[in-house]
Design a protein around this ligand. Structure first.
Ligand code: THU
Length: 136
């Protein structure tokens, strides 16, 4: 793994630091994502809810949209955190969107603002037998 425990913990802190920016008047469930791209640039996202609930956009997808806008081609590392007791688990839609910009080297870190615990995953582990651009 090309990231040390300390680097991962620093990125988790960055993700926890933006949780208070999450726009979550309905669920109160704050999610933050910090993405490191193939050039080492950092991009961030939080979840943005809507009075029309189905229009909510998750933190991971907001981070990825911002990163793509800024030229990201590949996710090197994405940290996802929540105001949860245990490391958060990303939704299926976000797993698929992460997969679009990932390869075997991509690492997905799941964390929480309420515990020091974190877990590290590959895309194939969180979304096995997945569909991707090479299948079209
Ligand atoms: N949420 C995310 O931001 N990412 C996920 O992977 C899971 C769910 C958000 C959407 C909504 O604002 C809140 O968490 C509760 O579902």
């Amino acid at each position: 793994m090309k990231y040390t425990d300390q680097e991962i913990r620093d990125y988790i802190k960055k993700a926890n630091d933006i949780l208070n920016k999450a726009y979550v008047p309905y669920s109160k469930f704050q999610v933050g994502a910090v993405l490191i791209d193939e050039k080492g640039n950092i991009h961030k996202g939080i979840n943005v809810e809507n009075a029309s609930f189905g229009l909510t956009i998750c933190a991971e997808r907001n981070a990825i949209s911002t990163a793509v806008t800024e030229g990201m081609k590949k996710i090197s590392l994405i940290v996802i955190t929540g105001n949860t007791e245990e490391p958060i688990s990303p939704c299926g839609m976000c797993r698929q969107v992460i997969r679009e910009f990932s390869d075997d080297e991509t690492r997905i870190v799941l964390a929480s603002s309420k515990t020091d615990k974190y877990t590290v995953w590959t895309v194939d582990e969180i979304l096995p037998y997945s569909f991707g651009p090479e299948h079209l």
